[in-house]
Design a protein around this ligand. Structure first.
Ligand SMILES: *[C@@H]1O[C@H](CO)[C@@H](O)[C@H](O)[C@H]1NC(C)=O
Length: 303
């Protein structure tokens, strides 16, 4: 009987003990530390009796550096979790062709890299990449810069036969039809701005240009000579020249005068000679004393 009684009392005590024990050994809802969260399974729990356990994991964007993340309820308190979390590293972004990154902020979770394109390439899409829990976010591509197709040149041709637009650094060559001269650059190049480095050339009719240009050049030359005369010869020298010219004219006039005077003198001399002759003849006559007729003198006369 005593043994039976004892066992009954023991049972009662045990039940009482268990009841008090469960009430007393309940842990409060666990709280996660920085950069950590409770696992989904742990979050669904409502009761945290003595010696029960929950598990923590690293929050989004973080990864386990060390530890297990298990917390135990011991004496109404949760043990400190030994979990260590660190930021995820997105790593170097995948390089698209002709793309460049500025990773001065680093590549860890939360950081941003700027995306640029090589010279002659144009970005399309986002110029940023954001390191998110699942990796880099932000898509971009670098496309080569294009220039508009070259315009047709009157009386000339260009080398661009393709239907697509010329790309950065591609060149277009121009030629002029026979009889036409090129005015401008024979070759133009597509630049990084999407514009050509110069305007396309023009084809100008050669004959017209040649004639007009020579005319212009001769005109210019004439003008140049005249202007140089005007500028280089001082008024005094030109006056001197004028004097020389007048001298020359005078010289010419002098020549004429000399000729005229020679003629006049000759005529005068001739006249003088003529009249002198006549006069002498007359005098001879006046002196005619008949001696001529003397036979002894006539002898001489006939000589
Ligand atoms: C020819 O090209 C050069 C450089 O490419 C440029 O500086 C020049 O202005 C161009 N000339 C003409 C007539 O367009």
């Amino acid at each position: 009987m005593e043994v039976l009684l004892d066992t009954r009392r023991q049972r009662k005590l045990l039940i009482l003990y268990l009841f008090i024990g469960t009430v007393a050994a309940q842990c409060s809802k666990p709280e996660a530390g920085e950069n950590m969260v409770l696992t989904e399974e742990s979050l669904l729990k409502n009761d945290f009796p003595e010696s029960s356990e929950v598990t923590l994991e690293c929050s989004n964007g973080y990864e386990k550096a060390s530890g297990s993340g298990i917390m135990n309820c011991i004496d109404n308190k949760w043990t400190e979790p030994d979990l260590n979390c660190k930021k995820k590293d997105c790593g170097f972004p995948k390089a698209e062709p002709h793309m460049e990154f500025n990773i001065s902020q680093g590549t860890l979770f939360g950081s941003v890299v700027t995306v640029t394109c090589e010279e002659g390439y144009q970005i399309s899409g986002s110029s940023y990449k954001h390191c998110l829990p699942r990796g880099w976010f932000g898509k971009a591509s670098c496309n080569i810069v294009t220039c508009s197709k070259p315009t047709e040149v009157e009386n000339g041709e260009h080398s661009w036969k393709s239907d697509i637009k010329p790309e950065y650094q591609q060149t277009i060559h121009f030629t002029c039809k026979a009889g036409y001269t090129m005015l401008g650059n024979q070759t133009i190049q597509c630049t990084k701005t999407g514009k050509y480095d110069s305007e396309p050339p023009q084809c100008i009719a050669t004959t017209v240009t040649a004639r007009s240009s020579t005319n212009i050049s001769t005109l210019k030359q004439g003008h140049r000579i005249r202007s140089s005369e005007e500028t280089n010869t001082t008024p005094s020298t030109s006056k001197k020249e004028q004097n020389i010219e007048t001298l020359n004219v005078n010289k010419d006039k002098g020549h004429a005068a000399v000729i005229i005077s020679v003629v006049v003198v000759t005529i005068v001399l001739c006249l003088v000679a003529f009249f002198l002759n006549k006069f002498l003849m007359r005098r001879k006559g006046s002196y005619d004393t008949g001696e001529d007729l003397k036979p002894e003198l006539l002898q001489f006369q006939s000589l």
